[in-house]
Design a binder for this molecule. Structure first.
Ligand SMILES: Cc1cc2nc3c(=O)[nH]c(=O)nc-3n(C[C@H](O)[C@H](O)[C@H](O)COP(=O)(O)OP(=O)(O)OC[C@H]3O[C@@H](n4cnc5c(N)ncnc54)[C@H](O)[C@@H]3O)c2cc1C
Length: 434
């Protein structure tokens, strides 16, 4: 018997695993694949996700593996025209230590998360696909393709867009395909192409082809209609871009769609990440929204297991489903109009839980219950985030103003004057901030 069975070792499953292991929860993490994911797929990591990575101790490695988004360069025949970048170039400030979306190949994000997960004692069980599930009020029994059955208090499907757990639970995806094309995404070595720009060839018989230089490798990420590969990928790239491919490191296909479920929970089973919502790549939201699902669910699962307060788990859907819906609307719009301005919605810094049932108290001094808490410098010279790395809640004590209670996931829980000794069964840490 384990406490939580996590299905899928993508970014969602790994962040959930880290959050549960940090809190001493017994977990198993099963993965259908035979080895770690190898593709660059979700390469845009947003500022709020980087703050979360900071709080779980992996931001430094992420930043070291990243680059800023380059400018596009439009190619038409022999001409190359440098254009804008979809990324920003803001300076870091105290309240925005990670001001820009960074580009990190998804295999590297997974690798860094896996290292942290392993340091905490976690182990990914590869070649272990979930194939069946039964649940009762007491727990779940999961069946693996290996024939093994696993009993757990809870199961979380972090098993991606084609989620097996979602199908087994009979939960439907609602939404649309944004167009009928199948797209190809591939990591390619290209002979002598400059790595300063994100190269775009807009005018081809098979549609636009883009080659984006990736950090921590000599690879470019190709995005194009899959028709480019009709007579072989290398030949198609040569024909549409004039560039010579010297190695195909990874390739996959996908469709542009916006789809999501209407339920994140069925009894003791939860859906998280792409298993619950699928975004088109424009706007770089899928991985970011997914990681933040896991960040929201992790502390709640640990608290529920500790206290027996199962009702807390219902706030996961209440808080995360509206965010997925809003992000899908946004990515759908960005897909149609790629030049739309990105800002505090796409970077997730302005997202919070204003309607959460966990909110207590009134807004004060520009901060309201449900808001993301921004980093700040404290009178003793420390950073607020340094005080939020523990696993419980934190009360910011102010002499002449109401105290601010920060949830374990760094959103404001309560603004008020009362002393709070514990939050969902875990001692509250106090920090004087004036
Ligand atoms: C071309 C492209 C570009 C993108 N760009 C961005 C971007 O810039 N920024 C961004 O935020 N997002 C982007 N995304 C989306 C991002 O890749 C996904 O949102 C992200 O991978 C979701 O993570 P996940 O952990 O939920 O699912 P996944 O990464 O899909 O992981 C799911 C895991 O579950 C495993 N699994 C599946 N079924 C089973 C089973 N039955 N049993 C056990 N294990 C199972 C799979 O093998 C896999 O390892 C992009 C996607 C594409 C296709």
């Amino acid at each position: 018997m384990t406490q939580v069975l996590i299905v899928g070792a993508g970014p969602t499953g790994l962040v959930l695993g880290i959050e549960l292991l940090r809190r001493g929860v017994e977990i198993r993490l099963v993965e259908k694949g035979s080895a770690a994911f190898e593709g660059s797929r979700g390469k845009g990591v947003q500022p709020r996700t980087l703050e979360i990575f900071d709080l779980i101790g992996v931001a430094e490695d992420m930043v070291a593996s990243s680059r800023l988004y380059p400018r596009f360069k439009l190619h038409a025949g022999p001409l190359g025209l440098p254009l804008f970048s979809i990324g920003s170039r803001h300076q870091a400030t105290v309240d925005r230590p990670f001001p820009n979306m960074l580009m990190i190949p998804q295999w590297r994000t997974n690798e860094i998360l896996l290292t942290r997960f392993t340091e905490l004692g976690g182990r990914v069980e590869y070649d272990s696909a979930l194939v069946g599930i039964a649940q009762s009020p007491e727990g779940v029994t999961a069946e693996l393709a290996t024939g093994e059955t696993i009993k757990a208090d809870y199961i979380v499907g972090c098993d991606g867009g084609r989620s097996t757990l979602r199908s087994l639970l009979g939960v439907e995806m609602f939404g649309t395909s944004l167009d009928s094309k199948t797209m190809v995404v591939a990591d390619l070595e290209i002979e002598d192409l400059d790595r300063e720009f994100w190269h775009v060839w807009p005018l081809n018989r098979t549609g636009p082809a883009l080659l984006c230089p990736l950090p921590v490798s000599n690879l470019f990420q190709l995005a194009s209609s899959s028709r480019i590969a009709e007579a072989g990928l290398e030949a198609g790239v040569r024909r549409t871009t004039g560039q010579r491919v010297t190695r195909v490191a990874w390739q996959s296909e996908y469709r542009h769609q916006t789809r999501m479920v209407d339920r994140y929970r069925v009894g003791r089973a939860f859906l998280s990440g792409d298993a619950a919502h699928i975004h088109p790549p424009s706007g770089a939201q899928g991985l970011n929204t997914s990681v933040q699902d896991a960040w929201n669910l992790g502390w709640k699962l640990a608290a529920s297991i500790r206290t027996g307060d199962d009702g807390l788990l219902d706030t996961y859907q209440k808080e995360r489903l509206p965010i997925a819906a809003a992000m899908l609307k946004l990515t759908g719009a960005l897909h149609v109009n790629a030049s739309l301005k990105r800002g505090d919605l796409t970077n997730h810094l302005s997202l919070g839980y204003p309607d959460s049932p966990l909110n207590v108290g009134e807004a004060d001094d520009g901060l309201a219950p449900g808001d993301r808490i921004a980093d700040r410098l404290l009178p003793d010279g420390s950073r607020l985030f340094d005080h939020l790395r523990h696993t419980g809640a934190t009360q910011l004590v102010r002499r002449n103003s109401p105290h601010i209670l920060i949830r374990p996931d760094a959103y404001v829980a309560e603004i008020g004057r009362r002393e709070v000794a514990s939050y969902f069964g875990e001692a509250v840490r106090k920090v004087e901030i004036d």
